[in-house]
Design a protein around this ligand. Structure first.
Ligand SMILES: Nc1ncnc2c1ncn2[C@@H]1O[C@H](COP(=O)(O)OP(=O)(O)OP(=O)(O)O)[C@@H](O)[C@H]1O
Ligand SMILES: [Mg+2]
Length: 377
């Protein structure tokens, strides 16, 4: 089922009704009677996702199992219904009209993304080419714009939640709406931070409330873009104590400061885009669709070019102009980001789960970051 944007009823009303209807019709079933489980596709904080074949329909689908021990029925219904509400967008993972429970899990069925998630194809410390990054991020920007236009905030933008259908990112879809909330509502922050967490949230003390705003997704989108093109995180946490973040902060605040080393591979156009996406003050951050304007520009400096970005060019004000009607996605720079960044940070590019879990990798002496955005109860 999909909804067209209705003017008379808000997203809140539709979602609440959909949740009530689902709760009434949800059956308890034995998975093996109806599905043949092929293999595990992934594990998340609250459960796992399996590739399964529906025994009567013969369709391959991804079943998301959420443990009853850690997931309330209300949270399950919320994730399932929001996913369905959004799934008519071509850049958001498709949903089957299937939700049920077993003794230990709540389960729903999703479209199967044959190539897995974006995290798996980003070469650590190298990153993806500008061409592939643009192709991928364009689709994610449209997915987020769709979400935001329906007054929802994803709140968990990261490569692991972007599903891909081919390794060249010709078809990618946003997924995992477990943290998605209605914009303007207040949520409790009860857990740690990951590199994608916006600074205003990093500073919010645990257990205190914060407002759900679109700017949270815009920040995470900026960090995602950096990760895709470098294969590194820009920082571990957007906190003053983090030296990489502190350097970025100084550079953004005092335009005379030198461009931090890990940002020097980007052109002045890309740096302007980053300073809009990663604006320290949330109210000054751009809207997701503003990023579309930059697709016609080159983002990575070529090997030959020496980057000459001074404080002044960063200080230039971004002009909000309408993005071109047809975006030259295929025509962007082909500059391959194949050489290791001369200045790669000491941060390992590792998957981020929603629970705080920072471990020290003895072999590489680097910090493996696996920390939470925040878990709201
Ligand atoms: N439809 C799908 N097709 C293929 N793989 C999938 C699909 N859905 C999920 N996966 C894989 O399973 C992983 C976990 O799924 P998901 O992000 O939905 O779980 P989660 O518990 O909400 O995760 P998180 O740790 O972000 O809270 C994904 O990162 C991806 O690798
Ligand atoms: Mg996830």
């Amino acid at each position: 089922m999909s909804f067209s944007p209705l003017t008379s009823r808000s997203a809140v009303d539709i979602l609440e009704e959909l949740q009530l209807l689902t709760a009434k019709t949800m059956e308890k079933i034995e998975v093996s009677k109806h599905y043949e489980i092929i293999r595990e596709l992934g594990k998340g904080t609250y459960g796992r996702v399996d590739l399964a074949i529906h025994k009567t329909r013969g369709a391959k689908m991804a079943l998301k199992f959420l443990r009853k021990k850690t997931t309330k029925q209300k949270s399950f219904l919320q994730e399932y219904c929001i996913s369905r509400y959004l799934s008519s967008c071509q850049y958001i993972i498709g949903m089957y009209d299937i939700a049920f429970e077993t003794t230990e899990h709540y389960v729903f069925a999703q479209e199967y993304a044959v190539a897995g998630d974006l995290f798996d194809i980003i070469p650590p410390q190298v990153g993806l080419s500008e061409h592939i990054t643009k192709r991928c991020i364009y689709q994610i920007a449209l997915a987020l714009d769709y979400l935001h236009s329906r007054k929802l905030v994803h709140r968990d933008i990261k490569p692991e939640n972007i599903l891909i259908f081919d390794k060249e990112c010709r078809k990618v879809k946003l997924s995992d709406f477990g943290m998605t909330r209605i914009a303007g509502t207040t949520e409790k922050r009860v857990s740690g931070t990951i590199p994608y967490t916006a600074p205003e949230l990093c500073e919010t003390s645990k257990h205190s409330g914060f407002l759900v705003e679109y700017s949270i997704d815009v920040w995470a989108f900026g960090v995602l873009l950096f990760c895709m093109m470098t294969g590194n995180f820009p920082w571990e946490k957007a906190l003053h104590q983090d030296s990489f973040y502190y350097e970025f902060l100084q550079w953004q605040r005092y335009k005379s400061a030198a461009v931090p080393s890990q940002w020097r591979k980007f052109t002045s156009h890309a740096l302007k885009m980053f300073s809009k996406l990663l604006s320290i003050e949330p109210e000054r951050r751009c809207a997701i669709k503003d990023v579309l304007w930059y697709f016609a520009k080159t983002w990575l400096v070529s090997k030959e070019e020496s980057l000459n970005v001074d404080g002044k060019s960063n200080a230039e004000v971004f002009v909000h102009i309408k993005p071109p009607a047809a975006l030259p996605l295929g025509g962007g720079s082909e500059a391959q980001n194949s050489n290791k960044s001369e200045t790669s940070t000491s941060l390992s590019f590792s998957s981020c789960s929603s629970y705080e879990d920072v471990t020290k990798d003895n072999n590489s002496n680097s910090i493996l970051v696996s920390t939470a955005i925040e878990i709201c109860v």
